[in-house]
Design a protein around this ligand. Structure first.
Ligand code: NDP
Length: 604
């Protein structure tokens, strides 16, 4: 599929290749060893206390106010991102209109409401990523849509499906308690609302809780600092998609070099007087090749094209090798071979390592071709396997390092040491700056109740943090024992996919089906049985074992919980096989109709 999968006849000899792979293997382990730290996820700081200002919504009207509400509804959906929107749309399609949606954000969009940093876009093709394109008749303007376009598409979907009347924005749930006598959830919010519902859907807490590097001195800094997901255009000037005109006399630090930084750096580079990029681990950055949508091609797509394309993409990036590669982009090329699932056949293992090496080698060579200074190029090369971190695709990130005002500060795996009043200290050197941008990511594998921001209180007053004190317990990641009529859409014990919207749409469909089926069959409560939870966990564990060897050899990151391997973190795992397999479990469960593994009480 890729250049690298089929080395040319005049490529390296087999012996040379084996030697290069052996050397890379050693280098991977050396780079990993530099980065593994005993504190794992705990190395990061929360945006609370001294850092609460980092979490303020810069896009909200500071004078927004409303009186508390008291409401009884059938379904309460927490989260107005695509997960919550798709769930509500599915519910409405099944005749449920008594649905209330709440979100801390000021509009629909979730991730795309919060992430308005310069250069923000989706790295999955828009025709595949954006949901409901056939239903809304919307044609994305580019192959890879900008965040501005995706946010406005979320608003369009909100209008198209008449979701706005359902939504309470700027609203955070602070408490959710199961009332066993009334068979309802009682929910309180930051406005003092008292909401009650039969079914509570949590459709949030995935990539929304920003984190800061756990380094000393952040609050000492006298300049301006913010997290990428709360971009401060008052400081930088400009707007999403518009040149930042207040940075021309500013020295800017970007801390972090993950998928977000890869998009931010080119935009800051063109605007700032000086840009210092602080790197702990380089990203793997492949070719993007964005372009406008071919309108004639888009108009020619036959009904049903979207579902087919979504499925085809997931097949292509999970090693299922569909007959045709419909998307045919960096993702499908790089991920065409599944090189992480363990095989008992040594020849397969050898081919996997070879394929992985060649793909990563091509990415490393791309750096040397683009970045002019050899020392900088060497530091930007990723030395880990292709499944270790989310691969990035960008055509302006690497060239940004050829600009005289852009400086890579590579910390050789150690990270930034501290922040002072004046700037950032790395490897013992202080870099004075005016603005610090934390591109330090989000909580992904921390406890769900922590990410939700409230601790659901189930039957008999048991809190999720208590019932899940040894890690998550669920059936499909969606139902949990002792939490009747709570339906969760999150990564915890659930699916995961390169195209996150594929996962969300499958989850939304399942959640809406459960609620509608309970209604039809006169089921009052539904939750998982502890036995079914254990069976599901065993299944998750079995699949995870298939990639465990690969994963433990990786550099730390959120894919592997920063290599924190305690038993609790282990239970908060995702389904590590293909999303199509995960969706298959849900489909078979619904198709069977018996709701096996669910504890059900009859009568409404
Ligand atoms: P990441 O968690 O991927 O990156 C955080 C970065 O901060 C890493 O480079 C990390 O280094 C670095 N870091 C952490 N602590 C320190 C420190 N003390 N000193 C220096 N550097 C430090 O977060 P992102 O926001 O970049 O991306 C998160 C996820 O969001 C993506 O993986 C993706 O799922 C999603 N995303 C999706 C996009 C899309 O187009 N669909 C675009 C952007 C983001 P290290 O690697 O060593 O830990």
């Amino acid at each position: 599929m890729t250049e690298s999968d089929s080395p040319t006849p005049d490529g390296p000899s087999s012996a040379d290749l084996d030697a290069a792979i052996a050397a890379a293997r050693e280098r991977y382990q050396a780079e990993r060893a530099k980065r593994v730290r005993p504190d794992g996820n705990a190395q990061y700081g929360e945006l609370t206390g001294d850092f609460a200002e980092f979490d303020r919504d810069p896009f909200a009207d500071p004078d927004y106010h409303r009186d508390p509400l008291s409401e009884e509804v059938e379904v309460l959906v927490i989260g107005c991102g695509f997960a919550g929107m798709l769930t509500t749309i599915e519910l409405k399609a099944r005749g449920f209109d008594d649905v209330r949606m709440v979100d801390r954000a000021g509009d629909f969009g979730g991730t795309w409401y919060w992430n308005r940093y310069p250069g923000c876009m989706c790295d999955v093709e828009s025709y595949t990523y954006l949901p409901l394109l056939e239903e809304t008749g919307y044609m994305p303007t580019e192959k890879y849509a900008s965040a501005v376009e995706i946010f406005s598409y979320a608003q369009l979907v909100g209008r198209h499906y008449d979701l706005y009347p359902h939504a309470l924005f700027h609203t955070e749930v602070v408490e959710a308690v199961w009332d066993e006598a009334a068979l309802r959830w009682r929910v309180r919010t930051n406005w003092g609302d008292t909401l009650s519902c039969r079914f509570l859907v949590t459709a949030g807490g995935i990539l929304h809780k920003a984190k800061l590097p756990g380094i000393a001195g952040i609050s000492r800094f006298k300049g301006r600092a913010f997290h990428t997901s709360r971009w401060n255009y008052d400081v930088t000037g400009g707007a999403p998609g518009v040149f930042m005109d207040k940075l021309a006399d500013k020295r800017v630090a970007v801390i972090g070099t993950g998928a977000t930084a890869v998009q931010v750096v080119p935009r800051v580079a063109e605007a700032a007087q000086e840009l210092f990029v602080f790197q702990r681990t380089p990203s793997a950055v492949g070719q993007r090749d964005n372009g406008p949508t071919d309108e004639a091609w888009f108009a020619s797509l036959a009904p049903g094209w979207h579902a087919e394309r979504v499925k085809n993409f997931t097949e292509a990036v999970t090693g299922k090798k569909p007959e045709v590669d419909l998307v045919d982009d960096g993702w499908t090329h790089v991920m065409w071979d599944d090189t992480q699932t363990k095989s008992d056949d040594p020849e397969v293992t050898r081919q996997q390592e070879r394929s992985d090496f060649l793909t990563m080698e091509e990415i490393r060579q791309r750096v040397t071709r683009i970045v002019e200074d050899p020392e900088t190029a060497a530091k930007l090369q990723p030395w880990y396997g292709k499944h270790c971190k989310r691969v990035c695709f960008h055509d302006e990130y690497l060239p940004a390092f050829n600009r005289p005002n852009v400086h890579l500060v590579d910390t050789d795996g150690h990270g930034v040491d501290e922040i002072t009043e004046n700037g950032v200290v790395a490897c013992g050197v202080e870099y004075p700056v005016d603005v610090i941008v934390f591109a330090s990511g989000f909580e992904v594998t921390t406890d769900l109740e922590h990410r939700l921001g409230f601790d659901p209180e189930g039957r008999g007053g048991i809190r999720m943090s208590e019932r899940w004190s040894d890690g998550a317990h669920s059936l499909h990641g969606i139902l949990s024992a002792e939490f009747p009529n709570l339906l969760m859409i999150s990564l915890v014990q659930a699916g995961f996919g390169t195209n996150f919207l594929h996962f969300l749409s499958k989850s939304a469909e399942h959640v809406a089906w459960i609620i509608a089926t309970c209604e039809e069959r006169g089921i009052a409560t539904i939750e998982a049985t502890p036995e079914a939870e254990e069976e599901w966990y065993e299944l998750l564990l079995g699949v995870a074992m298939g990639i465990a060897g690969y994963s433990t050899r990786c550099t730390p990151g959120y894919y592997n919980s920063e290599q924190g391997r305690d038993s609790k973190t282990a239970r908060n795992l995702v389904y590590t096989g293909s999303l199509l397999e995960y969706a298959g479990f849900l489909e078979r469960w619904r198709g069977d109709g018996s709701m096996s593994g669910a504890l059900i009480t009859e009568g409404t």
